[in-house]
Structure formats: structure tokens, C-alpha cells
Design a binder for this molecule. Structure first.
Ligand SMILES: [Zn+2]
Length: 152
């Protein structure tokens, strides 16, 4: 299960739950997605804390710097449910934080120049699109700051 940070054509932010990234793409193409606030069907993913799923065993978590978050993004999580919190905690615990090295590290893993593992970190929209062009699976997941900061 993946929770995406979504934005509609009118700049409303909301969350969507999907079985996988492919499930999101399928629903998006079928225009089954619409904004809960205005009904706009132009829905796209936010790209705040992408991670690569390489299908390998998870690595021990590392503490890292939290991704910078806007006030608007932070406000979105004031009503975060326990289930969402647990999902994100699991995600953080099972990925290695590579911070701003994310695009480079994702490439190294993809081209088998680095050990295969789950990583998370920061990337711009352009960087994520470049990775996807190279066939690297990147999933954007919104992670509240207080969870990123939590020590393990
Ligand atoms: Zn909207």
C-alpha cells in the first residue's frame, strides 16, 4: 500500500491510497481520480520524499536530515491517522536515508554499481523524471517532519 501526496489542477493538496505506483497510474489514466475539494480530474503526484524500491531486503535504518517541508505540507499531517503513521514509520525503518545523494545513489543501484537496497532521499521533479526516463522506479511518499526526525 502506498500513500501519495496528490495535487489537483487547481493546486489543492490531498492524499491518495494505492496498491502500487502502477495502480495509481492506471487510475489516473482512467480519470478515476478526482480532487475531493473541487472534483478536478487533473490529478498528479507530489514529489517530496521519493524512494526507490529495488525489491531487495531492507537495510538497517539510518538517521538522516529531514526533507525540507513547506508549512502547507506540514499542516496536511495534523490529522494523520495511526495507520498512515505506521506505514510511514515502516517505510523509514526499512529504507536508508541518502539525503540529497538520492538521484546519484538510485542510479548506482540501478546500474549495479552500489549494493541493491531500499533508499530514500530528496530529489527535484526534474531529477525524478530523469530517473524514470532511465527506467528506475521512484515512488514519491509524503513524510511528516516529526517522523523523519524520530530516532531509532
Ligand atoms: Zn481541487
Amino acid at each position: 500500500m502506498i500513500v501519495f501526496d496528490l495535487t489537483c489542477g487547481n493546486d489543492h493538496s490531498f492524499e491518495g491510497w494505492f496498491a502500487s505506483a502502477a495502480d495509481f497510474d492506471r487510475q489516473q489514466q482512467a480519470t478515476q481520480l478526482n480532487c475531493p475539494l473541487c472534483g478536478n480530474t487533473t490529478v498528479h503526484k507530489g514529489l517530496q520524499a521519493p524512494y526507490v524500491n529495488t525489491g531487495s531486503a531492507p537495510q538497517a535504518p539510518q538517521r538522516g536530515k529531514p526533507a525540507p517541508k513547506s508549512a502547507a505540507a506540514a499542516a496536511q499531517y495534523t490529522n494523520i491517522g495511526a495507520e498512515v503513521t505506521r506505514l510511514i514509520e515502516h517505510l523509514i525503518a526499512s529504507t536508508e536515508d541518502v539525503g540529497n545523494e538520492f538521484p546519484e545513489e538510485a542510479r548506482k543501484i540501478h546500474y549495479q554499481e552500489a549494493p541493491e537496497r531500499h533508499i530514500r532521499g530528496n530529489a527535484s521533479r526534474e531529477e525524478v523524471e530523469e530517473l524514470r526516463d532511465e527506467g528506475i522506479e521512484v515512488v514519491a511518499v509524503p513524510v511528516p517532519r516529526h517522523l523523519m526526525d524520530k530516532p531509532h
